[in-house]
Design a protein around this ligand. Structure first.
Ligand code: G3P
Length: 193
């Protein structure tokens, strides 16, 4: 339908708003694409040493994913259509129109999407993320583990959403290829608090 198509476009445009870049600019901080992992995301904002800015980035990036899916649900779209809308928000974050397609890795945005789409799935992924991060202090490893845990969970509990959610996971995993390389080489960035 026309509504579905328009929402896909709106979700992409909304996802394209990079809160890391915007907040850094607003607070006169260095561009997150110029330091650390060079990723415009909450983890890299934390590397800057600004917990509040990192938290605000996390909330903003999660919020745009959540709002996109919430809008789709509010307009009466089917859950599977809501999941496609969520996927477009994640793609917007990764390949943003306003930032010459140099975006983030999509983890926080996907978390926001999941939160509205299926809160138990978001809870499981969130718990896996926290557990791995607590044990190893590596954000990318926690994100990869949460992504991997999500696939069987969705297959079992929400098989109708499996295609868009698996695609979302696949895109996020591909986006972490440099992190995977560093993890395998044993030199991925660890957080020290
Ligand atoms: O959420 C992004 C995280 O998985 C990795 O970020 O900055 O450590 O590459 P970064």
């Amino acid at each position: 339908t026309v509504e579905f198509f328009l929402l896909l476009c709106a979700a992409y445009l909304l996802g394209s708003v990079s809160f890391a870049v915007l907040l850094a600019r607003l607070r006169h901080q260095p561009d997150p694409r110029s330091f650390g992992s060079r990723n415009p995301g909450a983890s890299n904002m934390l590397r800057l040493g600004h917990r509040r800015l990192a938290l605000a980035t996390l909330i903003g990036d999660m919020g745009k994913g959540a709002v996109a899916v919430w809008l789709a649900a509010h307009m009466g779209l089917l859950p599977v259509q809501q999941a496609w809308v969520g996927l477009l928000a994640v793609i917007g974050h990764i390949l943003p129109l306003y930032h010459r397609f140099h975006g983030g890795k999509g983890v926080a945005t996907a978390a926001g999407v999941l939160l509205v789409l299926s809160w138990p799935a978001a809870l499981i992924a969130g718990l896996v993320w926290l557990a791995i991060f607590t044990i190893r202090s590596i954000a990318s490893l926690a994100s990869l583990a949460a992504c991997v845990a999500l696939v069987p969970w969705m297959a079992w509990h929400s098989p109708e959403l499996q295609i868009p959610v698996s695609l979302m996971v696949l895109i996020i995993l591909l986006r972490h290829r440099l992190n995977i390389g560093r993890l395998l080489a044993g030199n991925e960035n660890r957080f020290r608090f």
